[in-house]
Design a protein around this ligand. Sequence first.
Ligand code: AMP
Length: 249
Amino acid sequence: MKILVPVKRVVDYNVKIRVKPDGSGVELANVKMAMNPFDEIAVEEALRLKEGGEATEVVVVSIGPAKAEETLRTALAMGADRAILVETDDSVEPLAVAKLLKGVAETEVPGLIILGKQAIDDDSNQTGQMLAALLNIGQATYASNIEIANGQVTVIREVDGGLQTISLKLPAVVTADLRLNEPRYASLPNIMKAKKKPLEKKTSGDFGIDTTPRLKTLKTEEPLGRKAGVKVGSVAELVLKLKTEAGVL
Ligand code: AMP
């Protein structure tokens, strides 16, 4: 069985985000970029399923600028077998990403598609759900455990108030949550080997999909600074402050 893992190139989560002076978005020039952290978890899970004999091939795909090749090479260095770059300089919204991924899935015919639960740049949390709907297959979001047996995938989902276990017929779409696993680091020899692994390049035009944004950003602003905290001397003082100053008791 083949597993397809979509990976997005985003601003590294360690970077302090700065808003552009004209408020049109966040500053991306000369900023360190990296693989979306939830996608690293998705790649790791696909690799573990392959190592456990449940999958035979792990294919990673990214939709983004030419530089997204670096993100794909990271996934190849982690152990993915093959990569596909759908090159575009547009900022592609989740619906267009899902339509392009549908096109890739129709050619690749994966048994399972594992995405991140959300991209940490736009925080949309939409692509996996839209992709499953477009492909008309089942979906299990927020996975914290994945098991495959007898043509079914059983997923433990992190939901409000606890864990939910569901079973889906394959092919299916699963989105990875934080506790699914801890992704491996790529070793130096594997980084070198990844340079020679196959990477196929396509464009959004190859799929006949219009990626023009449907949303217009009106304004981007920094969150308000947090007020400094105070240290209280006793529980009595804490309770008094909660009553009189914070007004929460
Ligand atoms: P989102 O719906 O934007 O929060 O993204 C959810 C997941 O969809 C991500 O964790 C990725 O697995 C996938 N995804 C979103 N955008 C892209 C992209 N441009 N290229 C590849 N995968 C993407």
